[in-house]
Every structure is written in C-alpha cells, then in structure tokens.
Design a protein around this ligand. Sequence first.
Ligand SMILES: [Fe+2]
Length: 349
Amino acid sequence: MSLTADRGASAQDLFYERVAGDHLAPLWRHPEMNMMKEPRPRALPHLWRFETIRSTMMEAGRVVSATEAERRVLLLVNPGLGGVKAPVGTLAGGVQMVMPGEVAPAHRHTPTAIRFVLESKGGAFTAVDGERARMEEGDFIVTPSGLWHDHSNDGDQPILWLDGVDVPMARFFDAVFADNYPQAHHPLRRDEGDALARYGNGLLPVDWTPKGLHSPLFRYPYERSRAALAQLAKSDAADPHNGHKLAYVNPATGDHAVPTMAAFLTLLPRGFRGAPYRSTESSVYVVSEGRGKSVVGDTVVEWGPRDIFAVPNWTWVRHEPESEAVLFNYSDRAAQQKLGFFREERGAI
Ligand SMILES: [Fe+2]
C-alpha cells in the first residue's frame, strides 16, 4: 500500500514519496553521500603467502590448460571488499604464470598493467608494442594502455610475476576496451634492448616526442634498480618513515612511469625501525629480498621473500626488517596526485 493510500501518512512522508517518484533524493537523508571527516578504508590489511599462491598455481597448471585459461592469473582478493576481486579498492592485482612452452596470446586493452617478476629461471619473454624483452627476477615491466602485448616462455621452468592493473579505475569511468590480436604473437618491429638503449641511459634521441602518457621504457632491469638503491644507501641516511625509496619514473618527464599507478623499490637497511606513515594511496607490496614485519593498522604482517601484502588507504604502516630487505610496491598515487587527492601524514619518529 502506498503512503498516499494511507490516511495516517504525514506531510513529510508524502513529500519523500513524491520526491523518490521524481528520481530525486534529499541529501539530508543520505549521510553516506555526504562528506566524511577522513577516509574510511573498506580494504583490510592482508598477506598472501607466495608459497600458497605458487602451489595453487602449479595445481592450476596441471588441471587447466593454457588455452582454457588464456592467461593463468590468480587474482588477489581482499577480504574487506565484499567479494570484489581486488587486493585494494582502486587497483587490481594478481599473480600470473606462464609454463614452459606456453604463450599468453597477444591482446591490448585500455587499462594499464605493470609487472614485477617474482620467479624466473630464464627463457621467459614479454613483448610490448613490437619489442621483446626478457623477464628476470625483480624486473619491473610496464604494459601501457592500448599497446599490443604477449608473453611466452621458451625456458624449462615456469615464470611467475605480479600483475598490477588499474582496471577498477578504468571501470569507474566505464572506459574499458579490449581486443585480441589475430595471431598469438604481435610482429616484432625493433631489436631486443632498443627501448633501454634509447631511453634508459640518461639520453633521449634529439627531436623525440613522447607517444602517450607512459614511459618509453617498458623494462626496468632489477640489477640496475638494485644497484641504484645500494648506492643511495651508501651515502644517504634512510628516511625515518620510508627507508631508501626510489620511484620508477618516465625518464622523459620525471613523472611516474604510467599515468595512473606509481611503483617504488625500497631498501630497508639492517636495524631499520620505521616510524609510522600513512597516505591516501592504496598500495600492494611485494617482498623482493629479506624477511621482516610490517605493522599495518592493527595487523602485524610477517613477511618473507615474494610474499605479497595489502596496505589500504589512510592506514598507518611501519616496516621492520630482520636484516636488510627490499620491498616493491605499487599504488594509485600517480592518479591521486594528478587529481589533487593525494595526502600523506608522518607519525612521530
Ligand atoms: Fe593484458
């Protein structure tokens, strides 16, 4: 029975019924649409053990063919997001595996992907926009929006890497497009190492102009990034909150390597006891080297090599390595900075 048929309905009830019928809503009755004093993250601090992911992936490798799976990816699912298949609210994440002899066929999509190689015994390659690059442990790889890419494994051991993708952001704008290439591999147009030679040596070809918003480099070899961190640690004191932290950047602009996601490599020196830090960014960490713990909100996350953990937005975090450790992380900071939302806070040292 509608309120209009109920003679006891008040004038206010009748008003609200009519307003709803006109597809309008009074803001004063919807506090969830109002401004909040500060962010209230839905995602929870959470750890995914690499060994669990790896053994699950191996089982998938036995029972599901590459053709059936097309891409063998185990998505990271944060327990606070009500079943949303994402490690944090604004970013997707997963671990991808390519078995020996397999190919993840060429495709392209508007969401941008970044990769951090977790396990590689050689022989695995990614191809981005017509250039092939080997994927070695600790390498950071960029797959920009709209560029054809495929992966293959010519070695005799599986390769596993972390995928970070900005799909939730692209979905927010309902701006997702994707295509499959008619062949498994997109044709190669340049030699292996071409991008690193052109853009990765502190030089740029004269009269070069950027194509798109992403870095022209698409592979950042771990040995270079690690050497940079080691040099930093030799001459600088560690930041009391963040340790020795380097951002992966677009060498042509100094901005983050891709427009939506930031990525970082951090060295925590032996004896480091990090002070608390929080920011509005949602972040996913991977342990590249070492063991230790991070206190994320009220949760103590004890980590070892290649474990993955989520640090939700506006949640205090501090890191304590057992001895020297290296952490990779990616976040939505790049997008937040461009939109003017990014904010950070440093706790007492
Ligand atoms: Fe892809």
